[in-house]
Design a binder for this molecule. Structure first.
Ligand code: SAH
Ligand code: SF4
Ligand code: F3S
Length: 453
């Protein structure tokens, strides 16, 4: 019998990648492989990669360079593998550029890892698996559902888990690489999603975030999997799972946020009053060139409607600054939109050319220093607004879902703010999974601390 193979996985990028890595680890666990925590101890080092911006991609190449040096020095890892979005985007070019790479696994092939690893073990020098659904073929989703650690409660189920409901994206925002790296939008069968949620809640998970690049087009593109049901139907069904305390979703596209979905916030008590709704820009000219499919006015209209239906809802968003051709006036419109909506938080990025995406061919690229200047301005404004939200909290009591309880407790508010708390004199802290009321005592620009009574 051969000895158990050891694998080290390093993950970059979004929750999709996190979940894919988790599944790969689980599949390896089924086939005489063991995860290790340092690359030098591994037979295979697998880097699960992100290519959303150039910087993310460059990080991958520098890590691969480092791993090549580790291999030269220690004779280990035996093999280097690349999975995820850079793997899908670059394919065989990765091996041409870095011949030390032995394994390239695309975003829809990761569930074949055990089989591909066996091929390396049988002496193949380079193994490449890149097939991607270019049309609406339903890939085998059972690897998502039947992953072993979903049924492994030994280590205690985390309080909060992500559940994939779809993969891919059909939106082709002109700056974005995801439709090329993740293929066409495919919805996961309704019943499989519900089964996974039930399984997780049975194991002790209390908060579920439904995950996809564009969750609110769930079921619109391949009706085989979802039948006549759409995202609001899915939310209503998941909300009924007994024992589930909180439900969230990410990410939703403003153009697909319809009234039926907005009503869910008013209708479903477990649905947290918080939504991540990436706006990208406040300028209609820029939004049109981005191919976003809405105007700033339409976006603001949806925000008003959401707040009418659910007055305590908080909003988060994403911004891109320095999109090709973005003028000072365009950028000023973005700042105005930020001030009008007063997002509780936002992620903001400098536009980055992605070779496959259309905007990489657009004229009037903005110089790096101008992008950096706009980013700093935007972030300063956002920090002020976030701090104002925080400053309104001391003295108020908020509901916290406890995620950990060591020396201090930590959890999140319905609005997804992290709260650190202590127990009032003498009490033991509540266990992870409990929903408790915490009085906020102090608010910093990025942190909230309080007391549980
Ligand atoms: N599907 C999700 C997430 C996309 S990636 C969505 O549409 O919301 C997350 C964020 O990265 C995007 O919202 C966008 O703000 C940013 N982003 C994507 N491509 C980018 C690029 N080429 N340059 C800079 N930021 C980018
Ligand atoms: Fe990219 Fe747009 Fe799809 Fe989001 S909706 S993944 S930004 S193409
Ligand atoms: Fe990155 Fe791919 Fe996710 S590009 S953000 S890992 S979908």
């Amino acid at each position: 019998m051969t000895a158990a193979k050891t694998v080290f996985i390093r993950t970059f990028g979004c929750q999709m990648n996190e979940r894919d890595s988790e599944i790969m680890a689980q599949l390896l666990g089924r086939c005489d492989c063991r995860l290790v925590s340092v690359p030098e101890a591994a037979d295979l080092v697998l880097v699960n990669t992100c290519s959303i911006r150039d910087k993310a991609e460059q990080k991958v190449y520098s890590l691969l360079g480092h791993l090549r040096d580790v291999q030269a020095k220690y004779g280990r890892p035996r093999w280097l593998g690349v999975a995820g979005c850079v793997a899908q985007q670059e394919g065989e070019r990765l091996i041409e550029r870095m011949p030390v790479v032995n394994l390239v696994i695309g975003t829809q092939q990761f569930f074949r890892l055990p089989e591909l690893l066996a091929r390396l073990e049988h002496g193949e020098k380079h193994v490449v698996a890149l097939d991607l659904s270019k049309d609406f073929v339903i890939p085998p989703f059972q690897h998502l559902l039947n992953s072993p650690s979903r049924a492994d409660a030994a280590s205690g189920a985390p309080v909060q888990r992500f559940v994939n409901i779809m993969q891919g994206c059909n939106n082709f925002c002109s700056y974005c690489v995801v439709p090329y790296t993740r293929g066409r939008e495919i919805s996961r069968p309704f019943a499989d999603i519900l089964e996974e949620v039930r399984l997780l809640v049975d194991q002790g998970t209390r908060e579920i975030t439904l995950l996809g690049q564009n969750v609110n087009s769930y079921g619109k593109t391949n009706q085989v999997a979802a039948g006549p049901r759409r995202f609001p139907d899915l939310l209503r069904a998941v909300a009924q799972v007994p024992g589930l305390k909180r439900l969230r979703f990410t990410t939703s596209h403003p153009k697909d946020l319809d009234l039926d979905l907005m009503r869910c916030f008013a209708e479903l008590p477990v649905l947290c009053p918080h939504v991540h709704l990436p706006v990208q820009s406040g300028s209609n000219a820029v939004l049109a060139r981005m191919n976003r499919g809405y105007t700033a006015e339409a976006y603001l209209g949806k925000v008003l409607e959401l707040r009418r239906l659910k007055p305590d809802i908080t909003l988060a968003t994403d911004f891109i600054v320095g999109f090709p051709g973005e003028t000072e006036a365009d950028f000023a419109a973005t700042l105005r939109l930020l001030e009008t909506v007063r997002f509780a938080s936002s992620f903001s990025f400098k536009y980055s050319d992605r070779p496959q995406a259309r905007a990489s061919q657009f004229p009037d690229k903005i110089p790096e220093d101008a992008k950096a200047e706009r980013l700093a301005q935007l972030q300063e404004k956002q920090n002020e607004i976030t701090f104002e939200y925080n400053r309104a909290l001391p003295g108020r009591t908020v509901e916290v879902l406890v995620e950990s309880a060591g020396e201090n407790g930590q959890g999140r508010t319905p609005g997804n703010r992290i709260v650190h708390f202590t127990a009032a004199s003498g009490q033991a802290l509540p266990a992870p999974g409990a929903l408790v009321q915490v009085r906020i005592d102090r608010a910093g620009p990025h942190s909230l601390t309080g007391t549980w009574f």
